[in-house]
Ligand binder design. Structure first.
Ligand code: OAD
Length: 242
């Protein structure tokens, strides 16, 4: 049962900003990063796989890991949480959806203009020039059709900057929104984790949706201890959707 004050905040909101993390795709069968036993970072060291240094050291290994993740995502389907957010877009005056996920499942569920804070698993960039390039998804390390340098996955790695346009749009939305939903993220990785705090400072009602309340939950107006795939459809239903 969702708090009536949260439903009321959603009904009255002119601009809803939603930040999602790996938890929103967990019910699609995609492992999160930091959960004990099942989290990706439990079994792999991010410094071996998700840094520019790791790519320079062993690009084949990095590509194998990202291709494995691509295959997982290709077999997955958006879940009721993704679908509820896509539906919410048509039910509120303005919705900004920011995701840390690189799986593209929000777009596949029908959300438009998703801000992909950490890039996309299926994008590819020249390692040297940084530009987005189109390459065949063969084995090994693809090379840039322009300059011949190695091509890398189009995601943001540890130690790298968030693309400026994603950062600008997300910070502007966090400041402008009147309701901010933080869904399925451990709220440990900045600058994404700072968006909820920014929204709060600028007067938004902030709610977290996570079966395991995070360290930031005490700062928020609501901490809904539940799964995204169950809570988000309930929230949309509370607004008068399906
Ligand atoms: P984490 O793995 O850190 O956190 C996932 C969160 O989802 C946890 O707080 C879980 O409790 C929660 N969760 C699990 N199942 C859920 C469900 N069904 N519904 C709702 N929540 C659920 O993932 P992120 O916070 O997304 O970055 O991690 C942030 C970034 O760290 C990622 O984008 C990635 C990672 O390293 C890079 O690779 C740069």
């Amino acid at each position: 049962m969702l708090p009536e004050s949260l439903i009321a905040a959603l009904r009255g909101a002119q601009h809803v900003c939603v930040l999602t993390g790996a938890g929103v795709s967990a019910e699609s069968g995609i492992p999160t990063f930091r959960e004990a036993q099942t989290g990706l970072w439990e079994n792999y060291d991010p410094m071996d796989l998700a840094t520019p240094e790791a790519f320079l050291r062993d690009p084949e290994l990095v590509w194998r890991w990202y291709r494995w993740r691509r295959d997982l995502v290709a077999e997955a389907e958006p879940n009721p949480g993704h679908h509820a957010l896509a539906e919410l877009e048509g039910l509120v005056p303005e919705l900004t959806l920011v995701t840390q996920n690189v799986d593209g499942l929000h777009a596949r569920a029908g959300s438009s203009d998703v801000i992909e804070f950490h890039g996309n698993l299926f994008a590819t960039r020249c390692f040297v020039e940084g530009c987005i390039v189109e390459v065949a998804d063969d084995d090994g390390v693809p090379t840039c059709p322009g300059c011949g340098s190695p091509v890398r996955p189009g995601v943001v790695w540890f130690g790298e900057a968030i693309p400026a346009s994603a950062l600008d749009q997300s910070f502007a939305a966090a400041k402008d929104c009147d309701l901010f939903l933080s869904v399925g993220t451990s709220s440990l990785v900045y600058p994404a984790a700072g968006l909820a705090e920014l929204a709060k400072r600028h007067g938004a009602v902030v709610a977290e949706i996570n079966p395991n309340p995070t360290g930031l939950a005490a700062n928020f107006d609501h901490a809904i201890a539940g799964k995204a795939g169950e809570v988000l459809p309930d929230l949309v239903a509370g607004l008068g959707g399906d």
